[in-house]
Ligand binder design. Structure first.
Ligand code: NDP
Length: 317
């Protein structure tokens, strides 16, 4: 970490999903003059989603990017200082806490709100890298457009996989949903939508072991009932391969100072966004292995800003 301190702030918010922006709205209105760094994906995961139908206040639904832009504008309206930049290093050993931005600028913050969210997981097979940007994607709503009238596969059996499969079914000719178990983990309503979509074929008990193709993905090597006596190799012809197998919380740079669970979710005092470091709070998906919804993230962002305000008044800053 650089020795030079560039800037001192009362409230630093890291991340720009629903948690970060909601924290910024509350912290600005409480006169904490928050500085928010947007991170790698400004607007967070919802910018890669189409319709958001379950965020209260939008009876007709709203697109993810529009919702995030609304939240950002609301934070800006109250004076939040929203910047491009990625937190690359932290020193939370003593207040004021030092956060390095983009490997060079160091911010000294009296309070820190960690709202860094979570990132899509990959299977870990080498072909995912080989075909990155050439048929492999972790975001159907970002890249689905390229697969109009083509054949695609989605991997995963949770709500995300079902949502992505349904979205892609509206564009593509045929969608395979590759599920490693004999059942879907997704909610009943999503399962029903998948089963009622004629151009989605669910391949239960299939694992992906590789991809093939000359200048891009042309197919996937699958194994049916892998490890069983009746194991069978199956190849499918596809143009696109979409990962939807869950997310990894973006907590690595904070791990030396705060507690995380075995997956990496930040542990907070139950029912609060407080971490074990006074004045450092965690909000949204980075600290939420259970709900991971936009509205719950926004709620904990609000809590974190209120906690930051109370903490600052307690220490007289
Ligand atoms: P989940 O953790 O719920 O599901 C992940 C899926 O991927 C599981 O089916 C899992 O299989 C599978 N998987 C994981 N690793 C592998 C692997 N290596 N190979 C093959 N398959 C694998 O993640 P989601 O992203 O779907 O959902 C996260 C949370 O967000 C959930 O709580 C969900 O309900 C919520 N959500 C809600 C939405 C909504 O309400 N509209 C939309 C999207 C998400 P297995 O079952 O075998 O473990």
């Amino acid at each position: 970490m650089s020795d030079s301190i560039n800037e001192k702030v009362r409230c630093l918010i890291i991340g720009s999903g629903p948690a970060g922006y909601t924290a910024a709205i509350y912290a600005s209105r409480a006169n904490l003059s928050p500085v928010l760094y947007e991170g790698i994906q400004p607007g967070g995961q919802l910018t890669t989603t189409t319709e958001v139908e379950n965020f209260p206040g939008y009876p007709e639904g709203i697109t993810g990017p529009e919702l995030m832009e609304d939240l950002k504008q609301q934070a800006l309206r109250f004076g939040a200082d929203i910047r491009f930049g990625i937190a690359t290093e932290t020193d939370l050993s003593a207040a004021p806490y030092k956060i390095t931005i983009d490997g060079e600028k160091v911010i000294e913050a009296e309070t820190v709100i960690i709202a860094t969210g979570a990132t899509a997981k990959y299977l870990g097979i080498p072909d995912e890298h080989k075909y990155a940007g050439m048929g492999v994607s972790a975001c159907a709503t970002c890249d689905g457009f390229f697969y109009r009238k083509k054949v695609v596969a989605v991997v995963g059996g949770g709500d995300t996989a079902c949502e992505e499969a349904i979205y892609l079914a509206g564009l593509a000719k045929q969608v395979y949903l590759i599920v490693r178990k004999p059942f879907l983990r997704a909610s009943k309503v999503m399962q029903e939508r998948v089963f009622n979509t004629p151009n989605i074929m669910v391949l239960f008990e299939h694992n992906t072991i590789g991809l093939f193709g000359e200048n891009g993905v042309e197919g996937a090597h699958l194994v049916k009932r892998m490890g069983e006596s009746d194991e069978e190799k199956v190849d499918i012809a596809i143009d696109g391969f979409f990962l939807a197998i869950g997310h990894k919380p973006n907590s690595d740079i904070f791990k030396p100072w705060i507690d995380t669970d075995e997956v990496g979710y930040i542990k907070t005092v139950p029912g609060t966004p407080r971490t074990k470091v006074p004045g450092v709070f965690a909000a949204g998906d980075v600290a939420d292995p259970h709900y991971r919804q936009a509205i719950t993230a926004a709620g904990t962002g609000c809590q974190a800003a209120i906690e930051a305000e109370r903490y600052l008044s307690e220490i007289g800053k």
